[in-house]
Write a protein that binds this ligand. Structure first.
Ligand SMILES: Nc1ncnc2c1ncn2[C@@H]1O[C@H](COP(=O)(O)OP(=O)(O)O)[C@@H](O)[C@H]1O
Ligand SMILES: [Mg+2]
Length: 252
């Protein structure tokens, strides 16, 4: 059993996309849960769960909650818009950083893989997600200011590791929206190397592929949308690489 948070404080870098397709790939070999921890609920809407009976908000409020089965072997703990105010509501709770951890501990034994889609910020919700995770994946979109963001995130994860969750490890940095013909993609790769972060870089890069956007428009995983597109090849490879890295980590 492992819990992996998909985190980046920026929006539009491919967190939700990675959560959808990584979870769909993981579900081919083991029971998998996706946790939508973003009030935008794009992960939930991608599976047609815009108005679920219960949601992650109930989990944070200490109320009973249900997961929804969305595909074979694949469940979802959805988010709804009422989740927007949760940071303030848990502000004065006892162990406010461990609320999600406690809620998930009741169900995590049912799953081989759990993936948490984090919000695009460093909030109490994000801290809750990292506090209960074994691993973090950081999707990095090749753009001008990405590198500054990486330093902030790595420092943040170090703080979590030193404080709330000594067991957390970075599973990898993931280049998304990748286009090797573009200068910016090569530039980001070079900067990652120069900073010594390439040890954590996934071999798999997620290429720019319009099929990815179109699949979400049709509320499908990339595998359901087009079996042969770049997105399918890349997320299939990423899924395998993730499983390899988790196995390797657990055998050390
Ligand atoms: N590799 C890709 N190629 C093309 N479009 C992508 C790719 N990955 C994500 N997208 C699109 O970019 C947008 C932002 O992606 P998303 O996963 O929602 O980011 P985040 O969750 O980090 O905000 C979405 O419209 C998505 O369809
Ligand atoms: Mg998102």
């Amino acid at each position: 059993m492992s819990i992996t948070a998909i985190m980046n404080q920026k929006g539009g870098v491919g967190k939700t996309t990675t959560c959808i397709n990584l979870a769909a790939q993981a579900a081919l070999s083991g029971r998998t849960l996706m946790v939508d921890a973003d009030k935008q609920s794009s992960l939930s809407r991608n599976f047609g769960e815009a108005d679920p009976k219960t949601s992650i908000y109930d989990a944070f409020m200490g109320r009973p909650f249900e997961v929804v089965n969305v595909r074979k072997n694949l469940d979802l703990l959805p988010a709804t818009i009422d989740f927007a105010g949760v940071d303030l509501e848990i502000q004065n709770e006892f162990s406010r950083e461990m609320i999600l951890s406690k809620a998930i501990s009741k169900i995590k034994g049912n799953y081989e893989y759990i993936f948490i889609d984090c919000p695009p910020d460093i909030s109490l919700v994000t801290i809750n997600a990292l506090a209960c995770s074994d691993f973090v994946i950081l999707p990095i979109k090749a753009s001008r200011f990405s590198i500054d963001g990486i330093t902030i995130m790595l420092d943040f994860i170090t703080k979590i590791k030193n404080g709330l969750n000594p067991d957390i490890s970075i599973l990898g940095l993931l280049l998304t929206h990748y286009d090797e013909r573009l200068k910016i993609s090569k530039h980001i790769e070079k900067e990652i190397k120069e900073n010594g972060w390439d040890v954590a870089l996934f071999d798999t890069r997620i290429r720019n592929n319009t099929a990815i956007e179109n699949s979400q428009f049709e509320k499908k995983t990339i595998f359901e949308f087009d079996k042969r597109c770049h997105g399918t090849i890349d997320y299939m490879n990423l899924g395998k690489e993730v499983k390899r890295k988790i196995r390797k980590h657990n055998s050390l």
